[in-house]
Ligand binder design. Structure first.
Ligand SMILES: Nc1ncnc2c1ncn2[C@@H]1O[C@H](COP(=O)(O)OP(=O)(O)OP(=O)(O)O)[C@@H](O)[C@H]1O
Length: 703
């Protein structure tokens, strides 16, 4: 060590006047300190007071870093410091000076203020550069004293003069007396700063948390992160990597592409899929509160990434594990000179939750999409496998019908199709049959309403030759015909009570005897019954056996009337236009919107059958390629039809009105003596089919 001029710390003998001076100064300073709001004001007041009594150029306060090892400027005298214009000033005010060098060690070991001639110490090995800089600006001597807090040095007061010898005994004695007060003030400032910083950080975190709570998607999260890093942390995101579902790999989740100015190396790096074992990543993931990598140190250590980091001019790479609870979900990387740990910790916690939410949301959306696709696929499958292609209508009501069909079709369960006349009950029965294992055999249909009461049994169960008058041949009944297939009992509600009892027995026993026969015949028949009647009411009215009702009502499929599924009207109308235009060899491709409106305004008591007939008629009457007119039934049709009324009506309409008229006259009796079929001179069955074709229901002739 070069020879240095050490003054004090021996206690000087002070005159009364000096003591008085010191007391007054301490008092003044005490008052000042209570008024100080800004930390630099403290130093200014201190300098000004002191300058009233002593000569020196300027003063600064440095603080020892928390972790020790260095000290750094804290309070600056921006008014008087001669080095403010020095080229290295900006560097000096931010610098960290090591504590383990002889100059500052001498200060630490001294029991009070200690002064040095700069010339003597500035060139010593390890001496802080501010000594030389001050010397270059004309400063010649420095007086230093420790600031103590709870018996520990926390910093230093530096006082400088351009006139060696300025730091007299009196001066040093006053400084010595002032130090405890100054320490208290510095300590208050530090505490206040800490509180203020914490408050500010908390408020930033609150703002960020509010912002991030609104985030629903990755781009929104990116915007929120970029904003907080830029505005609050004054840094940029280098990268966020998230751990893949396999728990091993990490993929790039987000980065700020502007940070490295589109460097190829970054692109390469971000596209590389790394694992949790990658040395840096594993260190970060294992760390409790993140790691800071010094860019310079990393370059020295041969870290290739660090060369890229250095291009930003920032000193450190901050990396934090992204965690939700105890689970690591990724890592975040930011380049900065200095970042607040508390703030980083809070921000990373929020980012972690947000990423986890977005991932969960993305998974949910993907799952939903997959379910939707599966649903579409299954619907399509149901339609193709079960061949519902001839059934038109895709509205919610029909979807439910298709679902029920697909549930029941493969089983042998008895099905009861319920719905108004013309809603498509037979179509549904066929669809069930076609989707069942019995599809290779024909479905057998019996219309229970169309059979004369005395023939029903024979029709269903067959008869032996000579069983009754007219039974000249053995007759195989529909049940036997439908063995290993499906028997469709249409209009089951019309079955006479006697036949109901027999039917019940066959259903229960799965065996029958032909009328007039002795032999028991086992049958394997799947039953589908349909009715437009309210069977429960019929049971209550004693018209339908309760036990049979329960046997049939195993799996009911209700078919909604057309007026309750208007969404199906247009597809159905278009379907029938195509069908009947093709049948008639006509080129009609669409229905005019006015006609469609008319269709929608009608409430379709005869349901799809009525619509079908109306379209068939309209197609035949159409004059060009667009169906402009539909023939909606007129209400209040006069009882007596005048010839004028018959004008412009189709043959079918006239036929329909005529049959209804006759049925009305016969009080609804179709076949037998005095029945409509007799008057019209056609067999009962023929009249029944005709009525069905023309959509004539009981409502027409009983009204
Ligand atoms: N969804 C539909 N898609 C295509 N055509 C349909 C549809 N529903 C009914 N139809 C047609 O309407 C007409 C009447 O249908 P179906 O005979 O099945 O009705 P229903 O309910 O059995 O009538 P009823 O009670 O009078 O016996 C048939 O020509 C049928 O093809």
């Amino acid at each position: 060590m070069k020879k240095e001029k050490l003054q004090g710390p021996e206690q000087p003998v002070l005159s009364k006047a000096v003591l008085e001076q010191e007391r007054k100064m301490l008092l003044d300073l005490g008052n000042d300190i209570t008024r100080v709001r800004d930390k630099n004001d403290l130093l200014l007041l201190f300098s000004r007071r002191l300058k009233r009594y002593f000569y020196f150029t300027h003063t600064i306060v440095t603080l020892i870093d928390e972790k020790g090892g260095t000290y750094t400027p804290f309070l600056l005298d921006n008014e008087h410091s001669p080095i403010r214009t020095h080229a290295r000033y900006a560097e000096l005010v931010k610098a960290r000076f090591p504590l383990n060098e002889p100059f500052i060690q001498a200060v630490l070991q001294a029991n009070g203020p200690i002064s040095f001639l700069l010339e003597a110490v500035m060139d010593q090995p390890g001496s802080p550069v501010f000594l030389k800089v001050n010397y270059e600006e004309g400063v010649r001597e420095i007086l230093m004293t420790k600031i103590m807090m709870e018996d520990k040095p926390v910093g230093f007061i530096h006082m400088y003069t351009d006139k060696p010898g300025s730091f007299t005994n009196e001066f040093r004695s006053v400084i010595n007396g002032i130090v405890p007060q100054l320490s208290g003030a510095v300590s208050n400032i530090l505490k206040n700063e800490e509180i203020y910083k914490t408050e500010r950080e908390k408020s930033f975190l609150l703002d960020f948390s509010n912002e991030i709570a609104k985030v629903r998607s990755k781009p929104e999260l990116q915007a929120a992160i970029f904003k907080v890093l830029d505005k609050t942390m004054h840094t940029q995101l280098a990268m966020i990597r998230v751990i893949d579902d396999d728990g091993i790999h990490l993929s790039m989740f987000m980065c700020d592409p502007t940070l490295f100015g589109g460097a190829k190396a970054f692109e390469q790096m971000s596209n590389t899929r790394i694992t949790v074992e990658e040395p840096y990543t594993s260190k970060v993931l294992a760390s409790k509160e993140g790691l800071v990598f010094s860019v310079a140190e990393e370059i020295k250590g041969g870290n290739d990434y660090a060369r890229l980091w250095a291009t930003t001019g920032r000193k450190n790479m901050y990396s934090f594990p992204l965690r939700v609870g105890d689970r690591n979900i990724g890592t975040i990387w930011m380049l900065a000179n200095k970042l607040s740990k508390l703030l980083l910790k809070g921000i990373c916690a929020q980012i972690s939750i947000s990423i986890a939410n977005i991932q969960a949301n993305e998974k949910l959306l993907a799952y939903k999409k997959q379910l939707e696709n599966e649903n579409d696929y299954l619907k399509e499958q149901i339609r193709t496998i079960y061949n519902f292609s001839e059934i038109v209508g895709n509205g919610a009501a029909m979807q439910e019908v298709y679902r029920l069909i697909s549930l029941v079709a493969a089983s042998g369960t008895t099905v009861l199709v319920l719905g108004e006349t013309g809603t498509g009950k037979e179509l549904i029965a066929r669809a069930i049959h076609n989707a069942s294992t019995r599809k290779d055999k024909l479905m057998v249909k019996v219309n229970c309403a169309a059979l004369p009461a005395n023939l029903i049994e024979s029709e269903l169960f067959g008869h032996e030759r000579g069983a009754f008058t007219g039974a000249t041949e053995k007759h195989i009944g529909k049940f036997e015909l439908a063995n290993q297939s499906t028997l469709f009992l249409d209009e089951i509600g019309e079955l006479p009570l006697e036949a109901q009892a027999k039917l019940l027995r066959v259903i229960q026993e799965r065996e029958l005897e032909r009328v007039g026969g002795k032999q028991t015949i086992r049958v394997d028949v799947r039953l589908i019954a349909a009715t437009n009647r309210n069977l429960e009411e019929a049971v209550r009215a004693g018209q339908f056996r309760e036990d049979l009702y329960y046997r049939l009502n195993v799996f009911p499929i209700p078919l909604p009337p057309l007026r309750e599924r208007p969404e199906d009207l247009e597809p159905l109308a278009n379907f029938f236009v195509k069908k009947y235009a093709r049948n008639a060899g006509r080129k009609i491709s669409q229905i005019a919107s006015k006609a469609m409106q008319q269709l929608h305004s009608y409430n379709w008591p005869g349901n799809v059958r009525e619509l079908e007939h109306m379209i068939e008629r309209s197609v035949l009457l159409a004059t060009d390629g667009i169906l402009k007119d539909v023939y909606i039934p007129q209400k209040n049709i006069p009882e007596k039809q005048s010839p004028a009324y018959l004008v412009n009506r189709s043959l079918e309409e006239v036929e329909r009105s005529y049959i209804i008229d006759i049925l009305k006259r016969c009080h609804g009796k179709i076949s037998g003596v005095g029945g409509a079929a007799e008057i019209l001179q056609v067999p009962g069955n023929t009249l029944h089919s005709k009525m069905k074709k023309l959509g004539i229901t009981k409502a027409d002739y009983f009204s």
